[in-house]
Ligand binder design. Structure first.
Ligand SMILES: Nc1nc2c(ncn2[C@@H]2O[C@H](COP(=O)(O)OP(=O)(O)OP(=O)(O)O)[C@@H](O)[C@H]2O)c(=O)[nH]1
Length: 301
């Protein structure tokens, strides 16, 4: 039979730390946390309260979770990060990487010092979290250029469309396609065509603001979403980009087949039923730019 002493030693041996926390955020008891790869010794926390240790905003989040677990009586699972910025008394210098935890929080059916209490088991999931972030980045990124891919663009455009409908935030969309890439490939080889595509990606990056999204839409076709951008600004941006492509890509030209770009531009309009309507209009403008002889910007509205 397992007796009380044995039970206490089992609790102490737990690899993940288990806290008993009161409704007011007091550390009533701390067990385990013996896996020193991931955890500091938490025994010194007993008797302190969360608000003594953690800055107000984060402390309020912890108290909110305790309240929620007590109200529902169900197991609550929450992921959260803690960095030295969140802990009182530490300087903002030092490692900036936060530690990510999965907290599993369960109301207990007894009180301590007339207060309701929960069991809070914290597991260090930093490695898993980093892997998830990296996977998300990879699934949103075009391999050759490092620009975003179509999936991420569509997500962003969907958000911009909501902002346009609800708050009338103007958004512009540029779709462009390289001129004569086939001749570049045929004359110099596919790897030079790749260099041209990568040069375009670098130029996009250098022209964009933080919230703009540039994506490789297909082979030599790209789309840029410009939130908070109206007709006039979008036209100027497109002309500037087109000009800078012409200057920087001229070294790829094959005789009369110039290494230039054709650009279609539009903005979200009240008649658009979704961002797809905006995208279709940009595509039609791009088609017109090609039809009219390439190497130009066409605005559709
Ligand atoms: N090097 C390279 N070429 C690509 C890549 N993706 C697509 N292409 C080529 O780009 C060309 C795209 O077709 P088009 O747009 O009709 O070719 P284009 O010569 O640019 O024709 P215009 O757009 O009419 O000027 C095809 O020849 C594809 O093989 C890529 O990743 N690398």
């Amino acid at each position: 039979m397992i007796n009380v002493e044995m039970m206490a030693s089992v609790l102490e041996a737990l690899p993940d730390p288990a806290f008993i926390l009161s409704r007011s955020g007091k550390y009533v008891a701390v067990f385990g946390g013996r896996d020193t790869r991931y955890y500091h010794d938490g025994s010194g926390l007993v008797g302190l309260t969360i608000t003594d240790l953690v800055k107000t905003e984060k402390a309020n989040w912890f108290l909110g979770q305790i309240d929620r677990a007590l109200a529902t009586g169900k197991l609550l699972v929450e992921e959260y990060e803690l960095s030295n910025r969140d802990v009182k008394g530490l300087s903002d210098e030092g490692p900036v990487e936060p530690i990510w935890f999965e907290g599993r929080i369960q109301a207990l059916d007894f009180q301590v010092d007339d207060e309701d209490v929960v069991l809070w088991v914290a597991s260090n999931i930093s490695e898993r979290h980093q892997l998830e972030v990296r996977l998300r980045e990879l699934s949103d990124t075009d391999q050759l250029t490092g620009l975003y891919n179509r999936r991420k663009l569509e997500r962003d455009l969907s958000g911009h469309y909501q902002n346009f409908v609800r708050h009338r935030v103007p958004t512009a969309v540029l779709m462009f396609d390289l001129d004569n890439l086939k001749q570049v490939n045929d004359a110099f080889g596919h790897h030079v065509g790749d260099d041209m595509i990568m040069a375009v990606a670098d130029m996009c990056r250098s022209h964009l603001r933080q919230n703009d999204t540039a994506c490789r839409f297909g082979g030599d076709e790209f789309v840029i979403a410009l939130p908070n951008t109206g007709h006039e600004q979008a036209s100027q941006f497109a002309e500037r980009l087109h000009q800078s492509f012409a200057e920087k890509l001229s070294r790829f030209s094959v005789g009369a087949s110039t290494a230039t770009s054709s650009v279609g531009v539009t903005i979200m309009l009240p008649a658009d039923g979704s961002y797809e309507d905006t995208l279709k209009r940009a595509d039609a403008a791009l088609y017109d730019a090609k039809r009219l002889g390439k190497d130009r910007v066409v605005f559709a509205d």
